[in-house]
Design a protein around this ligand. Sequence first.
Ligand code: CDP
Ligand code: CDP
Length: 216
Amino acid sequence: MRGGPVIAVDGPAAAGKGTLARKLAEALGLPYLDTGLLYRAVGRLALDEGQDPAQPAQQFAERLTPADMQRTDLRTPEVAQAASKVAAQPAVRAALVETQRRFAAERGAVLDGRDIGTAIFPDADVKLFITASPATRTRRRFLQNGGNPDAPDAQARLREMEEALCARDKADASRDSAPMCIADDAYVIETDTLDAQAVLAEALRFTRERLAVTRG
Ligand code: CDP
Ligand code: CDP
């Protein structure tokens, strides 16, 4: 048995996974890993080398360092697209599995991503799937990036962002290797009408209930 519980937080782009997972980890005293950063860092390294991220990128995954994941230039739309392309490669995913499992080995952990409850930890103590409509998620990412919804070009920019976000979700859900999907035993939280605090309250309620059953 692991030293602590594993809590999987999966869902589509900009649903609020990271925000929730970080707060859950804090509330439960568990380590937190944003697994999207692994794929973003691999995509970043491919771009740095002038390589098309759709080309084999396994070597970048194999030589990933903690410093690569701490770079401040991983949150751009260009890197998100590159991450999704490298993430579709089975060899890249295989190279990153152990890092994720080892992270939780000692004390348990909260991890957020796309395949945590389905492929990385199919035996996770708690599985949450956080989602919202594309329009809600696009607006969240737009505001998160400092966008002004009252600017004259806001509608055009929101439309463009929503297209990119939906294209990435579609690619993530339709790839052969560990596609994004809802685990059979996941608890789905639809967050269109919930703020981050309400999502945390609901996730904590479910998590505590589950942990009482699985861990006593
Ligand atoms: O990790 P993921 O891409 O799923 O989303 P995030 O970066 O955690 O959240 C995107 C933005 O939505 C952040 O600015 C959050 O503060 C905001 N937000 C949220 O996380 N949850 C809500 N229910 C509402 C807004
Ligand atoms: O924050 P956002 O939801 O926009 O993206 P992210 O969680 O940082 O993930 C970036 C990309 O990495 C995703 O679009 C997926 O293609 C990939 N990813 C994955 O395949 N598996 C994971 N466990 C996490 C991310």
